[in-house]
Design a protein around this ligand. Sequence first.
Ligand SMILES: [Zn+2]
Ligand SMILES: [Zn+2]
Ligand SMILES: [Zn+2]
Ligand SMILES: [Zn+2]
Length: 353
Amino acid sequence: RGLKVDISEALFSKAHRPLDMAAREKSASLMAAAMQDHFMRSLKVDISASGRIRTRKPKVKKQEELCSLMDDKQDKADKEDLSLAQKLGLVPAPPSKLTREEWMSVAERSRGRQDSCNDCAICRESFRADAQVILSCSHVFHQDCLASFERFAGAKSCPLCRMKNYEKRLFEDGRRNWEKVCAVKLQAVWRGHAGRKIFNHLVETVVPTDPEKRRQFYYKRMEKLSARLFSALDAERDQDLDDLFRESELALQFSRGVFGHSAGAGCGGVGERRRGEEVDWEMVEARALQRDEQDCAICLCDLGGPSKKKVLTSCSHLFHANCLESFERFSSAMAEVDSLCPCCRSKYEKRFY
Ligand SMILES: [Zn+2]
Ligand SMILES: [Zn+2]
Ligand SMILES: [Zn+2]
Ligand SMILES: [Zn+2]
């Protein structure tokens, strides 16, 4: 404080009085002291009262209030931070504050490099919605990351380009970018959900044109219907199920009768031979050959060559003789009626083949 008073006296005398020798000496020593103070400040060296030189510890400043990018408010703190030599004009003062237009161009440079879309260079993490600062060298960092960096480096120097005595402002691009990323993600999820819903609905309702797919489509539909039917019936009450099966058996008999009358025995295996009609074994054999069955439908094994005994039924199905015999014994023991063909459930006559 004493030094400052002396300086003002010196300046006063410089302006209003012709300098005598003593005053000139005084001002020269003041300038020397000011220069020494300036270098000590810039090198962060302190001389204690005892004359011992020690490195000045970096002051731990509390988080400074930053103004946003487009704010024109100039803070006075930095003006008071000037060293005496800078105030006297012996050493060039640090460059003056950036104007609003200069900040705009700095922000444009940062946007051109898409810095805010990338990670913070200090912690290598995305900016997300955290507070972000932009330096006058157009580099951007997390506010907290830069504060930690300044504290531990003990100097104001950009971690990327080492520019000294930068200015910094709060920057919004990182947060805006993060909002966009989140919105896009939400939209994608929603669109995917809506699309899948529509697709599933179409799959369930539109009948495919491809015959194989159409078969599967109706098969699935039938499965669903029968599942619903069973869940509707009370499984505990067997009477219900028995009634259902009896009814479906009757319906089957009825439809078989309809098919038999409309198409006669010629309609594949479904047609039942009319009563009293002589079996046309040549036709039956021709149909069996046309179908070219390789396996016995009862044991699911190969029908084998001419060595194995086989039977041909009047509905043109081929079985192992032993298999069909066992099947007949089994079904007569179960139902005490004429056995039906295991493949097409029609009454048949048989002959060895
Ligand atoms: Zn960071
Ligand atoms: Zn930089
Ligand atoms: Zn068999
Ligand atoms: Zn048959």
